[in-house]
Design a protein around this ligand. Structure first.
Ligand code: 1DF
Ligand code: MN
Length: 348
């Protein structure tokens, strides 16, 4: 693989927006939970494998997640990535008891902020949170912003609870107030959803991640999170976790359900679901460097809502960068895709 130029020779910087890391302490915690037989099938499937297997892929991924220096930068250089927006990998600290989660979260944010300070032109950090304690999250989002973090990572459901429950809304309130976008990242499907996926090896990034995350985002929308927090920016990966493709039917069936008052829990919203997608949601193409998907989201959401991501180290494919450079988009749209939209959304 020949190294691609970085530094904007192609007319834009390349900013990768869904890049992952782990601290040794969180990895040790995962190993302990796995060894104890922690009762969460999605976590067991994911980290039972990645934290213990010595096959090539999990070994590469563990090394890549742990390295916040020379190796990560060398891999970015080889792929032509100028800046990486980095977050604690899934499921973050959501799987720990409250006190341990808070301690590991603070420590992870300290370590990430340090690495970003050491490489200010290459790394941008997202603040990790422990949604088991929403009041802590609000304080930590503020501390993260003061340390230079540009977003908040929400690693999916919280021990099978989704964050449309109003008890979690202090997280959204703090993020909106500080203009910190929330990146809603997948993990394995929650307990009541996972079994049919698990039976066929479909619970991971192949499909289960996207189903759980698309569902999570849809739950936020129908419960009125974006009416209560109209300026909240929420980022999802993987081409929007399928919701853009569903937008027509979501609008039709949601309106039909509201009109006929089918579900007492559902109150009328100010906008249609697709209007929230175009007002509050930004979509990255982590793991989905695929022109038809990018163009579909450009056409349905707008050229200002789509961003490049690599999903390092899970999907480190340096050659995908050249394929994305060749996207049949207008030059201004391509610059927005690789650089401008990320600068705007993350306030870089
Ligand atoms: C995988 C993929 C794992 C993604 C991830 O975090 C992740 C995987 C634990 O392949 O198991 O972030 N991804 O976003 O596609
Ligand atoms: Mn990811």
């Amino acid at each position: 693989m020949q190294a691609l130029a970085t530094g904007g020779q192609q007319g834009y910087l390349r900013i990768a927006t869904e890049e992952a890391f782990i601290t040794p302490q969180v990895l040790d915690g995962y190993r302990r939970l796995v060894a104890q037989g922690y009762d969460d099938p999605g976590f067991e499937s994911l980290w039972g494998f990645y934290s213990t297997s010595d096959a090539d892929r999990p070994t590469f991924i563990r090394d890549g997640l742990l390295d916040m220096g020379a190796q990560r930068i060398a891999h970015m250089d080889a792929a032509g990535i100028d800046r990486a927006i980095i977050a604690l990998t899934a499921p973050g600290t959501h799987v720990f008891d409250r006190d341990e989660a808070v301690a590991l979260t603070i420590d992870a944010n300290d370590q990430l902020a340090q690495a970003c300070l050491a490489h200010p032109d290459r790394f941008v950090g997202m603040t990790a949170i422990a949604p088991q304690d929403p009041a802590f999250c609000a304080r930590e989002i503020e501390r993260g912003a003061a340390m230079g973090m540009k977003a908040v990572i929400l690693n999916g459901h919280v021990r099978d609870e989704y964050t449309d429950d109003p008890k979690f809304w202090p997280i959204f309130e703090a993020a909106e107030a500080l203009d910190q976008p929330i990146y809603l990242h997948p993990q394995g499907p929650s307990r009541h959803l996972i079994q049919p996926f698990l039976e066929r090896g479909l619970d991971g990034a192949i499909f289960g991640f996207g189903v759980d995350t698309g569902l999570h985002l849809l739950r936020l929308i129908v419960m009125g999170v974006f009416d209560r927090f109209p300026k909240l920016k929420l980022v999802v990966g993987h081409g929007g976790e399928a919701l853009p493709y569903w937008a027509f039917r979501l609008d039709y069936m949601h309106a039909a359900g509201i009109r006929s008052q089918r579900y007492p829990i559902l109150q009328p919203l100010k906008l249609t679901i697709s209007e929230y997608l175009r007002r509050n949601i930004y979509v990255t193409f982590s793991g989905m460097p695929w022109e038809p998907a990018v163009k579909f989201c450009r056409d349905t959401l707008g050229a200002d809502r789509i961003m490049y991501a690599m999903d390092y180290p899970y999907q480190y494919q340096p050659q995908e960068v050249a394929a994305m450079d060749a996207l049949a988009l207008e030059p201004a749209e391509k610059k927005a895709f690789f650089q401008g939209n990320a600068e705007h959304v993350f306030n870089l």
